[in-house]
Design a protein around this ligand. Structure first.
Ligand code: SF4
Ligand code: MSK
Length: 630
């Protein structure tokens, strides 16, 4: 009998509707109204058969016009578009990783950023062949950051982190020619290939999409994660709360939004300074409350327990509460709509990256060398803006749920060690997890990631599929907006074990974990790659044999396509709840599904019905178990 009442999607929708009504009253649009305005989507775009790669076009493929002016078929055009989408995602993630490498390069004892995880700094430096014995940690960090930055453009060789993959994957990638080289090389080469008159073969385009994706997952994103841990600390489990109910009516509310933790970490530091807290009190507030949206929210909750105000499709809702003094964003997934929307309220919308300037925002450039000063300016702006809030007009939805977050691989191992060893250390293994899977106590695992997408009910697929999986004794790891969906529904709380099958509930009780583990932001899917890889190594089987799958039921971004490419190329079947835009080419569709399975042992399974998607995952996991005779 379930005692706890978990927040339902219906409840969240009712609360959101009250906020959307405020927008309608103010005469301003939201994603809801704009999605309506955009119906019906262009069929050529949806099918991936519109090409505008040269000015002879755009060319659109129809039965009457089956080729572009240059002779490109639907298969070439859809393949080229698919590759370009992957490049967009790989470039975004990897550039995030590059920014963090620059922050690490500037780290110093006296400066704005320090090394918080020395052990990881030394471990990763050794992987890069950097001398560590007897050296100052900042000298090591400096050399490591330089080596990391060189990974982006090195003229020869392959990405260093590919050495972490299983032997089987390394050999396969080499054999079929998709071992990723320098990150920038893969992106540039992909853009070259898709230029008019270059690559026309669909298989070569799909293989380059995998290679570019791998340069993200095993390159840019992995560096983003590892260097962030070195700078800001490797996450360990923490309690927090999630959903718009975390906003405080009697406090100064600051929303941190975007992706790069360098900015948000510093805002967290500044908001704790007595000068700002005292000033907030002078102005009638009880203090300063920071809450996160999108992956910035995941980054600061993992390391500081900062509450999560919501995910991608909730960014406008936060402003619509009328309770936000400042929403500050850096890069990625930030709606330009926040500009005009914030003008309807007292909210100040601050952008900080020259790469992401947005009309109607206040631009305050965030630089490593002046990071704390800039963060202080942002916090001060928020505090001084509190007096402009119209308290009578504030509506903060009630819903919020408790969550445990911060399950880095190191944290998972530590938790597992706690069950088997009396002395807890970080040298442990995934053996208890593997034994549970072998014994059938756990049937398998799912990595659920990705965004929200107005094509489907917000968070509904995420939440319903997660509930189905845990009920069937399948442990789930989550990142990105999928993680925030789980948090808002209470599925990251320890009480969520009530929703599990007997096996998973026993594991949760024994280890003291929720059935769904929050592993971080979108770049932190690299943590899932390492989890899967190390489990396969310790089990002594290939990644393709593991009863483990990936899932992105509500994905929308180019980054998600890059992720899907590297997850599949790492040997993990990936279940998508939104169709990739390649339907106009049977060849490309085949290549990313069954064809990819022939090539790398894994592929996409595409299913728009969330019930069927969940069932297909369970079936896929059971098939892997049967093949292993477990
Ligand atoms: Fe048309 Fe070919 Fe130019 Fe594309 S590259 S727009 S198909 S002529
Ligand atoms: S924030 S990429 S909407 S998961 Fe990483 Fe969410 Fe998707 Fe952005």
């Amino acid at each position: 009998m379930t005692e706890k009442k978990f927040t339902t999607v219906e409840q969240m929708e009712q609360e959101a509707e009250l906020l959307f009504q405020r927008a309608r009253d103010a005469g301003i649009d939201t994603w809801k109204t704009r999605a309506e305005d955009q119906k019906n989507h262009c069929k050529f775009g949806e099918d991936g058969v519109c090409c505008r790669n040269c000015s002879m076009g755009p060319c659109r493929i129809t039965p009457k016009a089956p080729k572009g002016i240059c002779g490109a078929t639907a298969h070439t055009i859809a393949g080229r578009n698919y590759l370009r989408t992957t490049v967009g995602g790989a470039a975004a993630h990897s550039d995030h990783g590059r920014e963090i490498a620059h922050v690490l390069y500037e780290a110093s004892k006296e400066g704005n950023y320090q090394v918080k995880d020395e052990e990881k700094c030394i471990k990763v430096a050794k992987e890069f062949g950097i001398e560590t014995d007897g050296r100052d940690i900042y000298d090591i960090a400096h050399d490591l950051a330089y080596a990391g930055l060189m990974e982006y453009g090195k003229p020869f060789g392959y990405l260093t982190f590919t050495g972490r993959a299983t032997q089987e994957r390394q050999e396969l990638w080499k054999e079929i020619g998709i071992t990723p080289r320098a990150v920038d090389k893969e992106c540039t080469e992909a853009m070259h290939m898709t230029h008019i008159g270059v690559q026309a073969e669909p298989e070569a385009l799909v293989k380059q999409a995998m290679r570019t994706g791998l340069s993200d997952g095993w390159g840019g994103s992995m560096m983003g994660t590892e260097f962030s841990d070195i700078l800001f600390g490797t996450p360990m489990p923490k309690e927090t709360e999630a959903n718009l109910g975390v906003l405080e009516k009697d406090m100064v509310n600051i929303i941190v939004h975007g992706h790069d933790p360098a900015m948000s970490e510093m805002v967290v530091v500044a908001a704790q300074m007595p000068e700002f807290i005292n000033r907030a009190k002078e102005l009638g507030a009880k203090g300063i409350n920071i809450a996160g949206i999108c992956c910035t929210g995941n980054e600061v909750t993992m390391r500081h327990g900062i509450p999560m105000a919501g995910n991608f499709l909730q960014q406008e809702n936060a402003v619509l509460t009328g309770a936000v003094e400042v929403i500050v964003a850096d890069v990625q997934c930030v709606f330009p709509a926040l500009g005009p929307l914030s003008k309807c309220f007292h909210t100040k919308f601050i952008t900080t990256s020259p790469k992401a300037k947005i009309p109607d925002s206040e631009f305050i450039e965030f630089k490593v060398t002046s990071a704390l000063e800039t963060a202080k300016k942002i916090v001060s702006t928020a505090v001084e803006n509190f007096v402009n809030r119209k308290q009578d007009d504030v509506y903060i939805p009630e819903s919020k749920e408790k969550a445990v977050v911060g399950y880095s691989c190191e944290a998972i191992i530590k938790e597992l060690d706690g069950v088997t060893n009396t002395q807890v250390d970080l040298t442990g293994t995934y053996k208890p997890l593997i034994e549970c899977i072998k014994a059938g106590v756990l049937r398998g695992a799912v990595g659920m990631v990705g965004c929200n997408n107005p094509r489907v009910r917000q968070d509904y697929s995420h939440i319903e599929i997660m509930k189905k999986l845990i009920k069937n004794d399948i442990i789930v790891v989550v990142t990105g907006c999928a993680a925030q969906a789980a948090a808002k529904a209470g599925l990251l709380s320890l009480e969520a074990k009530e929703l599990c099958g007997d096996g998973l509930r026993r594991v949760c009780d024994l280890v003291g974990i929720p059935p769904i583990l929050h592993m971080g932001s979108c770049v932190d899917i690299s943590r899932i790659l390492m989890l899967v890889t190390d489990v396969a190594k310790q089990w002594g089987i290939n990644t393709t044999q593991l009863p483990v799958v990936g899932c992105a039921p509500e994905w929308m971004s180019e980054k998600a396509v890059s992720i899907a490419n590297y997850v599949v190329a790492t040997g993990i079947d990936t279940y998508l709840g939104i169709e990739p835009q390649v339907k106009g080419s049977s060849e490309v569709m085949h290549l990313i599904t069954d064809g990819s399975r022939e090539l790398v042992g894994a592929g996409y399974i595409i299913e728009m019905d969330y019930e069927k998607l969940g069932d297909a995952m369970i079936e896929g996991i059971e098939k892997k178990r049967a093949a292993l005779n477990i």
